[in-house]
Design a protein around this ligand. Structure first.
Ligand code: ZN
Ligand code: ZN
Ligand code: ZN
Ligand code: ZN
Length: 400
């Protein structure tokens, strides 16, 4: 009885969905109607859930539950990605709603355009989280002593990027975003990366690439010298790029890296990479990449010692640079100044971001938000580093 009802409700138009979807599941409005008065309470066979778990996802089950969408899960012949199947012994229960909502979401996502699939004429693993969409076409990445396939890696990559986004939102609690969710692409073949960059994104060039703006994308190939098909290194770049793209669209679409606030843009990208991996290996200009393992990407001790033994001011010159103009030596200081901002002054972070997004110079933004000139900022930052930084760097993480 109930399922017949669902099938007829499913053809109701839903204004929230921009594309017509051939559907056999109820959409959100009809789910609300369905459960408005009288929620069915399942039976003993399903533990009064109204549903049973789909058993076809094995060790991926937990990662699947954490994702908003996964193209591989969507291909499941039994649950179509919902991870739950209706209990055959009853008319549903409290978890039926979860199942229908997930089914509806998966159908909607499956019908969304996928420019990579269109370009390559094949399915490319796509996993979506709250903040990012990850697409992976690299099938053999080494992760410690084992290997990941594209599907597992896409979930692990997404998990790291989402962790970084949650930390970011802990630092900037009132943040809002414009534009689409940033997309993170990795290709197992250099040629496919180039095809994606040239023909899908319409960009030129040959190295890693980030498209800023309302539909942000980062694309790279995994066999490159600096990634070596290693899952951890690929994920570190993914997290680094994810933060650049997220920040670009946070509190208004302004790329701080092109303003005189490159330290904030680069410092943030390094910070979340460092926080998750105890190491930061990615830089955003090609010349710097040649020396990408500056101090092995472990910077606490370097910054502490450098500041203790060099008294000439660092910030007056650094605060004026764009991301691409930062010297390799500026990167640890940019990271550290961002570290000082988010850890020593958590009540000022959003105001400083807003001031920079309003295209004020770093100098003017510090003056506005902290009422401090650059010399005072430098003095406070140095004192905090001297007091807070450890005399030994934490050990880099070994694998994902
Ligand atoms: Zn049941
Ligand atoms: Zn999946
Ligand atoms: Zn399934
Ligand atoms: Zn960067």
């Amino acid at each position: 009885m109930l399922f017949l009802l669902l099938a007829s409700m499913a053809v109701l138009p839903n204004s929230a969905l921009p594309v017509a979807i051939a559907t056999c599941h109820p959409q959100e409005d009809s789910i609300d109607e369905l459960f408005a008065d009288d929620e069915p309470d399942g039976c003993r066979k399903c533990d009064h859930r109204g549903v049973n778990d789909c058993k076809l996802h094995g060790k991926m089950t937990e990662l699947e539950h954490a994702a908003v969408f996964c193209s591989q899960a969507a291909a499941c012949k039994k649950c179509f990605g919902a991870l739950l199947i209706p209990c055959e012994k009853c008319e549903g229960g409290p978890e039926s709603r979860v199942m229908y909502e997930r089914q509806g979401r998966f159908e909607h996502r499956l019908n969304q355009p996928d420019p990579c699939r269109d370009q390559f004429k094949r399915e490319i693993v796509r996993v979506e989280g709250e903040h990012f969409v990850v697409q992976i076409d690299a099938h053999k990445l080494r992760n410690g002593k084992s290997k990941t396939d594209a599907h597992l890696f896409a979930h692990l990559m997404l998990q790291e990027a989402e962790k970084a986004a949650l930390l970011f939102e802990g630092h900037f609690p009132d943040v809002w975003y414009t534009g689409e969710k940033p997309r993170i692409w990795f290709w197992g073949k250099v040629d496919d990366h180039l095809t994606a960059m040239h023909h899908v994104l319409g960009a030129s060039g040959s190295g890693d690439f980030k498209l800023m703006g309302p539909a942000p994308v980062s694309t790279a190939s995994t066999p490159s010298d600096h990634l070596q098909n290693k899952a951890k290194l690929v994920a570190m770049l993914g997290v680094h790029s994810a933060i650049h793209l997220l920040l670009d669209n946070a509190c208004g679409e302004v790329w701080l890296g092109q303003q005189k606030a490159g330290w904030f843009d680069a410092g943030a990208a390094h910070w979340y990479e460092m926080q998750l991996f105890n190491q930061t290996l990615n830089y955003c200009i090609d010349e710097v990449k040649l020396r990408a393992n500056f101090k092995n990407g472990q910077w606490f001790v370097h910054v502490k010692n450098h500041l203790a033994t060099h008294s000439e001011p660092i910030l007056p010159a650094m605060l004026r640079k764009m991301t691409g103009h930062l010297d390799v030596e500026d990167h640890p200081f940019s990271w550290s100044l961002f570290d000082w901002l988010v850890r020593a002054h958590p009540d000022k972070t959003t105001d400083l971001l807003l001031s920079l997004k309003a295209k004020r110079s770093s100098r003017a933004a510090f003056q506005e938000v902290f009422k401090w000139n650059v010399a005072r900022v430098e003095q406070e930052w140095r004192a905090w580093v001297a007091a807070e930084y450890p005399s030994k760097n934490p050990k880099p993480r070994k694998k994902l």
